[in-house]
Write a protein that binds this ligand. Structure first.
Ligand SMILES: [Zn+2]
Length: 211
């Protein structure tokens, strides 16, 4: 059975996804970046690795049909479907308190790194990956130009666009609705938004999930 929940703006959550289970990330407002990690449930010292995935795919950007791998190059997640224009980021680390300080913010600022640690703690899985792995930044638009420069740009995804991830191993998927509101990472309005997450926890249920 599929369960849909709201991931509130600026927050994170962890989801147990067994091999064959699926998780759909729905960009309700179209403008929200979702930092995405997958940690191996039985061996939490391993997890989804963007560096290894880029090398295996021979590409900077992930597409529908791709198999994403962990730091042992073992398949972890399959991008089963992507209804968005396909612009995602695999390069940029999760935002953290230092990032916001360097951007001129004083005092506390919600951030994806803290969301990751908190969500993983709530899941009961040991927090062994140091530093926080570079996430798959769904819907994040950071084009690389011909000089190698990168630009933090607004997402090009549309309201209701979604990415369907299928677990290729037993994993805990951690999501963070990025609270970046200083750069246009979450749209030109710089307004972090809620997203929706739909999970199916059993193999063979993706047909129902799509209904
Ligand atoms: Zn963030």
């Amino acid at each position: 059975m599929a369960v849909t929940m709201t991931l509130a703006a600026r927050t994170g959550a962890a989801f147990q996804v067994p091999r064959g289970g699926t998780l759909r990330v729905i960009n309700t407002y179209g403008s929200q970046v979702v930092d995405t990690w997958a940690v191996a449930r039985q061996e939490p010292q391993h997890g989804l690795s963007m560096a290894h995935t880029r090398a295996v795919l021979g590409r900077l950007v992930v597409k529908a049909g791709d198999e994403l791998v962990d730091d042992r190059r073992r398949p972890v997640l399959h991008i089963a479907e992507d209804t968005s224009p396909g612009v995602h980021d695999t390069l940029i680390p999760a935002c953290d308190p230092v990032r916001y300080r360097q951007l001129g913010h004083t005092g506390h600022h919600d951030n994806c790194s803290d969301n990751y640690h908190r969500a993983l703690a709530d899941s009961g899985l040991p927090d062994l990956l140091i530093p926080v792995p570079v996430p798959l930044n769904l819907f994040m638009n950071v084009p690389v130009n011909s000089d190698g420069d990168i630009v933090f740009s607004a997402p090009v995804s549309r309201p209701g666009d979604s990415v369907l991830l299928r677990a290729l191993a037993d994993v805990v998927v951690v999501l963070s609705a990025c609270p970046q509101d200083i750069l246009p990472v979450n749209g030109v309005l710089q307004q972090p938004r809620d997203v929706e997450v739909r999970i199916t926890d059993a193999p063979g249920k993706h047909t129902e999930e799509r209904s």
